[in-house]
Design a protein. Structure first.
Length: 158
């Protein structure tokens, strides 16, 4: 009879398969915020921005040093010296990398600056096409992916 009382809602202490650590009424919902707030697309965009920004910094340093990495371009509509291009890539790459790191930390407010900086990077790489055509096309494709991922990001409740 004691077994029947335990099965019908009596004191379940000692019953096999009973979880003593579960509070009455079932498990409580999580109150901590340890779950990540970013989605896979934003993580991808942040990683691309961090890597692309770092590589743009290296691209800028190579241009400032006037290394033989870049092709010599004769007359070009956008007549910026190699030093000017180097400074532009250095500053823009630093800003892109910092914004990418912020996105990886889950900062929703970094979304709009990320879209703006990826757009500026897209334009600057388009204008830099005569110097490094293949590299510029690759970075432009990365920028388009970043813009798409950030434009479709919805902040998760949490």
């Amino acid at each position: 009879m004691a077994d029947g009382a335990a099965r019908s809602g009596g004191d379940p202490k000692g019953e096999i398969g009973t979880a003593w650590s579960v509070p009455p009424g079932g498990p409580r919902p999580r109150t901590d915020r340890s779950e990540p707030r970013t989605t896979v697309g934003v993580t991808f965009a942040g990683t691309l921005m961090l890597c692309g920004g770092f590589l743009a910094v290296l691209q800028g340093i190579a241009a400032i040093a006037e290394d033989d990495v870049y092709a010599r371009v004769g007359s070009y509509v956008y007549g910026l010296s190699l030093l000017g291009w180097g400074l532009l890539h250095l500053v823009l790459g630093t800003l892109v990398a910092v914004t990418g790191a912020s996105l990886l930390r889950g900062a929703f407010r970094a979304r709009l600056p990320g879209i703006l900086l990826a757009s500026l990077s897209l334009v600057s790489q388009f204008l830099f096409l005569p110097y490094e055509p293949v590299w510029s096309v690759v970075v432009m494709a990365m920028d388009v992916l970043v813009i798409r991922a950030l434009a479709s990001w919805r902040e998760t409740a949490g």
